[in-house]
Design a protein around this ligand. Structure first.
Ligand SMILES: NC(=O)c1ccc[n+]([C@@H]2O[C@H](COP(=O)([O-])OP(=O)(O)OC[C@H]3O[C@@H](n4cnc5c(N)ncnc54)[C@H](O)[C@@H]3O)[C@@H](O)[C@H]2O)c1
Length: 255
């Protein structure tokens, strides 16, 4: 049975590691996927790959260039999604990520703080602001935010990113309470170190991330591990799961 048949999903940052794996899994489960990505090269490549995953399931994928931190760009991708499919059932607020410019509050550049807030937190806010009314009009559905293990545990040297992801986790709970009446579930996934290409580079250069990576009980995560939870959260199987920040973290938050 196809788990996302007849569903339309918008995945931000869907050209990269976790977002691309999620686009592929969604298409494989029969969803029509919009990859809302800032980088056309990776966006087009991810859409092509997701289409091939959907070839036996009726799944499909399209890239639309989007900057999640720009209001007009977000309004435009939502409008184009509705023009094409006339519905929106799943919004995956995935675009985000930390950089090597991060640090403790006393050292971190102010620009890096605002970069994280603008991309991870404001991007989630903006896409939800314009996406949720369309999910409600489509009869309900699922918002899947992207938190991080840093929203659940202390990780030294990442205070800008931690602030943004803590905001995402809090906003997930309040949005879940607000939009339940519209039959919209809102959850967040909290991955720990997951081997996207970006994070492979961070690992090589960051002693803090390397140190925490060594405490993972079952090895480091792969994008597919996160994508598989996103399939559950996007599907009707998660009918009464809402307001949760769900770790997919190889046990790192319990040791
Ligand atoms: N990989 C990890 O270890 C890890 C751990 C915890 C949380 N996360 C979170 O998971 C999400 C995905 O992480 P990833 O490692 O796959 O990242 P990634 O860098 O591989 O992919 C992110 C994608 O987002 C795109 N993007 C960047 N800015 C954008 C913008 N303004 N508008 C639209 N798209 C934009 C990038 O071009 C890229 O394709 C992020 O929110 C990240 O914070 C990742």
């Amino acid at each position: 049975m196809l788990r996302l048949k007849n569903k339309v999903a918008l995945i931000t940052g869907g050209g990269g590691g976790i977002g691309r794996a999620t686009a592929e899994r969604f298409a494989q489960e029969g969803a029509k996927v919009i990859i809302a990505e800032i980088d056309p090269e990776v966006g087009e490549a991810a859409a092509e790959s997701a289409r091939s995953f959907g070839k036996d399931s009726g799944g499909d994928a399209y890239f639309i260039r989007t900057d999640v931190s720009d209001e007009d760009s977000v309004k435009s991708v939502i409008a184009k999604t509705l023009e094409r499919f006339n519905q929106l059932n799943i919004l995956h607020n995935n675009a985000g990520g930390s950089t090597l410019n991060d640090g403790p509050v006393t050292d971190a550049p102010i620009e890096e703080f605002w970069r994280c807030i603008k991309l991870d937190l404001f991007g989630t806010f903006l896409c939800s602001k314009y996406g949720i009314p369309e999910i409600a009009r489509s009869g309900g559905g699922s918002v899947i935010n992207m938190a991080s293990n840093v929203a659940l545990m202390a990780l030294p040297g990442r205070d800008c990113y931690t602030a943004a992801k803590g905001g995402v986790a809090s906003m997930t709970r309040s949005m879940a309470a607000e939009y339940a009446a519209d039959k919209i579930r809102v959850n967040a996934i909290a991955p720990s170190t997951t081997l996207s290409d970006r994070v492979k580079k961070l690992l090589e250069a960051s002693p803090e991330i390397k140190a925490v990576s060594e405490t993972h009980l079952l090895g480091l995560g792969l994008p597919i591990h996160i994508a598989d939870l996103a399939v559950y959260l996007g599907s009707d199987e998660s009918a009464i799961t809402t307001g949760q920040v769900i770790p997919v973290d190889s046990g790192v938050t319990i040791v």
